[in-house]
Ligand binder design. Structure first.
Ligand code: ZN
Length: 169
């Protein structure tokens, strides 16, 4: 089970997205409680016999942390909307790969600004060339996502429509 839970601080500001196991532990330890703000809605996730809320609120004060987004394959796919940044087509993760815009073989760095989601055929065609050298055009200049929570909302947007309520919180 991969269900995710939105964690709020005691002022209802989104802190982070965590696993349901972590959420359950916080509730059991009395550090957090089910968020009752939207209790007219069905906002629980089922885990076998256990039902846990998919929004929980810490019952102590904590500032919204300034978290760095992990630089990893999945997050690059999410940033690029699972879309090949050359041909613009949408693909499942299994049919995507990562492309170094400035080629790795020529010491192109492993950084957000140099890596994009790319379909296998565009990747094969591009090979060890820069986009300019092979006449390919990037759909969007790759960037480092700035706002951790905005990104998490994007990543898990299908997980819970109720989270949207806290987007501008
Ligand atoms: Zn492509």
């Amino acid at each position: 089970m991969t269900a995710k839970v939105l964690l709020l601080n005691n002022e209802n500001e989104p802190i982070r997205v965590c696993s349901w196991k972590k959420a359950l532990l916080l509730v059991i330890k009395g550090k957090a409680e089910a968020c009752k703000i939207i209790d007219e809605l069905d906002y629980t996730i089922k885990c076998g016999e256990i039902e846990i809320p998919n929004i929980i609120r810490l019952n102590y004060e904590i500032a919204v942390p300034d978290l760095e987004l992990p630089f990893c394959r999945e997050n690059i796919y999410v940033r690029d909307d699972y879309t090949c940044q050359y041909c613009g087509k949408h693909f499942p993760a299994s049919e995507l790969t990562l492309d170094h815009v400035y080629p790795k073989s020529r010491l192109g760095p492993d950084i957000w600004e140099n890596i994009v989601a790319c379909c296998k055929s565009c990747n094969q065609y591009k090979a060890d060339r820069t986009p300019k050298e092979c006449g390919m055009k990037l759909r969007r200049r790759p960037y480092r996502p700035q706002k951790y929570m905005d990104f998490e909302f994007k990543k898990y947007k299908y997980e819970s429509v109720y989270w949207q309520k806290f987007l501008s919180a």
